[in-house]
Design a protein around this ligand. Structure first.
Ligand SMILES: C[S@@+](CC[C@H](N)C(=O)[O-])C[C@H]1O[C@@H](n2cnc3c(N)ncnc32)[C@H](O)[C@@H]1O
Length: 317
């Protein structure tokens, strides 16, 4: 049975993102609408909530939620980077924009979609089933060097090279079609001593993460979305992001830190020559993680990290 998605760091997002009555909010990653429901309750009947997701399953959940809450609700089924760029081009303004990155439990638990190394399914992993590129193409068509680079960069997998070599060796005989075939190849690539180090966890985890990120262009979307999100915030508007691995969190951290930085003149210059003033105030100086209670109740929250920043007033001319 497909379980629903339990929203991660939900109390913290509401407290630090601070949606209030009448606010306009953009939820870039609607999923099962867990965060959206809480935000809708806070902004009330005079508020507007624009929800984005590229998965049609999320749109079905949206229709249910829209019938239950009082605020004005809209859904955009598209990549959130495209949605934010579109909204920015229209001069749209939002008091809060938030992203809850990665995939939902609904997606992981929908076995046939191939996101999980725990179930046997076709190699797919597309959040948007309408797009061309899927996991099968990557596994069977990318050359060995590119695969190794992918597993190293996006999976941070120290065994990237030997796993890529094994995949290429196997697919010469027959294409890899299923998640079980991929898991089998990854396990076979690793010497027994390395396999034993994984204990209860799967040696396929990092490779699956890497392929999923590539199939869905996750980091490219994140990189494009942050400046677009920032540009729709008026002074006082907040940007919040929940990341689930260091590749995401590093990008969010760097983006917000750059905006929070004022003068960039060398420290030995007697007066400021750059004239730069901070555009952002960091609401979270360090990333906020889940409480022990949340981790116990929802183990998938364990790697969640929330960062929030507020756009400061424009400096006086
Ligand atoms: C972690 S889930 C969000 C869960 C949601 N906050 C909730 O409480 O139910 C991430 C969602 O973002 C969507 N998503 C990920 N990357 C996206 C992108 N670039 N554009 C649009 N949606 C995206 C996924 O399809 C997934 O439904």
């Amino acid at each position: 049975m497909t379980r629903t998605h339990v929203p991660v760091l939900a109390g913290e997002l509401i407290e630090l993102g601070d949606p209030g009555p009448g606010d306009t909010v953009v939820d870039c990653t609607f999923g099962a609408g867990g965060h959206a429901r809480l935000v809708a309750d806070r902004i009330g009947s005079s508020g507007t909530l624009v929800c984005v997701d590229r998965d049609p399953a999320a749109e079905e959940r949206f229709d249910e939620l829209a019938r239950e809450v009082a605020c004005d609700m809209r859904f955009l089924r598209m990549d959130y980077a495209d949605a934010l760029e579109l909204l920015a081009a229209e001069g749209f303004r939002a008091d809060l924009v938030y992203l809850d990155l990665g995939i939902s439990s609904m997606q992981v638990d929908a076995r046939e979609r191939g996101f999980s190394y725990s179930y046997d399914a076709p190699l797919d992993m597309r959040m948007d089933p309408g797009q061309d590129l899927d996991a099968r193409q990557i596994v069977n068509e990318w050359d060995e060097r590119r695969l190794a680079q992918l597993f190293r960069r996006y999976g941070e997998d120290p065994n990237a090279r030997i796993i890529a070599r094994e995949l290429v060796k196997r697919r010469v005989k027959a294409p890899l079609d299923t998640t079980a075939e991929l898991v089998d190849a990854i396990e076979a690539a690793l010497p027994a001593a390395i396999r034993r180090r994984f204990g209860g966890s799967s040696p396929a985890k990092r490779v699956f993460q890497a392929i999923r990120i590539a199939v869905n262009s996750e980091l490219e979307s994140l990189d494009r979305s942050l400046p677009a999100a920032w540009s729709v915030l008026p002074p006082g508007g907040r940007l919040a992001a929940i990341s689930f691995h260091s590749l995401e969190d590093r990008r969010v951290k760097r983006f917000l830190a750059e905006r929070a930085r004022g003068c960039i003149c060398p420290p030995d210059l007697p007066v400021c020559g750059c004239g730069r003033t901070p555009e952002a105030e960091l609401v979270t100086r360090r990333a906020v993680g889940p409480s022990a209670g949340e981790m116990a109740d929802n183990p998938r929250s364990r790697s969640g990290r929330l960062r929030v920043a507020r756009r400061v007033e424009e400096p006086m001319a």
